[in-house]
Design a protein around this ligand. Sequence first.
Ligand SMILES: *Cc1c(COP(=O)(O)O)cnc(C)c1O
Length: 434
Amino acid sequence: MLYYSTNHSSPETTLEEAVVKGLATDRGLYMPEHIKALPKEFFNDIDKMSFHEIACRVADAFFGEDIPADELHRIVRDTLSFDCPVAEVNPNIYSLELFHGPTLAFKDVGARFMARLLQYFIKKRSHTRTVNVLVATSGDTGSAVANGFLGVDGIHVYVLYPKGKVSPIQECQFTTLGRNITAVEVDGVFDDCQRLVKSAFMDQDLCQHLTLTSANSINVARFLPQAFYYFNAYARMKAIGKSDNLVISVPSGNFGNITAGLFAHRMGLPVKRFIAANNANDIFYNYLLSGVYSPKASVQTIANAMDVGDPSNFARIFDLYGGSHERISSLISGYTFTDSQIRETMNECYNRTGYILDPHGACGYRALQSGLRENETGVFLETAHPAKFKDTVEQAIDAEIQIPDRLADFMKGQKQSVSMTSDFKDFKAYLMKQ
Ligand SMILES: *Cc1c(COP(=O)(O)O)cnc(C)c1O
């Protein structure tokens, strides 16, 4: 299968190159040339299939031309070491819990899948050089990528994070791992981390000295596997007789997750419509209203993994529907919520139902409460475990929450990190010594 750029001014490329390069040379995002529809029989029997079986079928459609089936299924099995169950929260509103992975957030699947796919390509090329992955993080991406790549042969990961700007729980998820993961604590803000990473990719000396790649969320290997979630949501809802007129609400930041859902829809998944639930960063919401996409600086919110002012995957959505505002806005509706609405939602949901939402899932849940029509059933994606945002959640619901063992185990580990200034000269000198 070939991949083209959403900017249409760089040549089509292979899956391998799309995964290794991440972004096309014309700065566009890669899209698969074909999106294969899955047969009716698949959807008829899907409720009897496990998450793993479903994911194998979907992975075959995406990657089957490029990777032998046994290898691909091994990668899928290794990626999905956990389930994504649905929980009833309200009559007609269900939570699809995507937080049962290693770092308790939905990014685990994409990160692990990308790590294993990259490993497959490295082995095939019989590279002797280590591939170095650089990733800048404001919290969540770093932990998912670090854990996804942990122990994968032939790859070393450098996680750059702003000193004192990530929560202690987040920090220990990528600083205590050791092995092939190095945490780089930058004396600066997130934008400094991102600048250091971008400068490294553009530096000739460094690129000759080391094989560098990025694990950014725009990578096709990170974003496409998220489609597994949507097929699984449909299967689990069908199993309880609730799959008619299904509406899926997705807490969205960079819009990678919801775009994977739109791919699933294109492949024939019988979902009636989608909702993009935003925090105060309302760029997509405004696009739906006006037909004009105008990116702006992001604002900080308590659902901080969605603090994005120029969602990169908008380019993919635009491309998928031929740029038609009418097609996009008839399939997707938008909502935007302030921090106080998010807090109020967590509080109300907990008091009425006992279900604890995290600030991101709360946006998805509230959008369904506001927008679900008669005869529709809603599923919102609960993208992170509430304990990842312990202080915010406890304040909102006025109760203590349990920290899952897996998270507590990270906190027992010894923090190891490399201190770095925000000056590229220093970061370059450090990498040249590796
Ligand atoms: C990354 C993230 C999101 C946003 O996902 P996108 O694919 O960027 O839209 C939502 N919730 C959580 C917890 C996240 O980590």
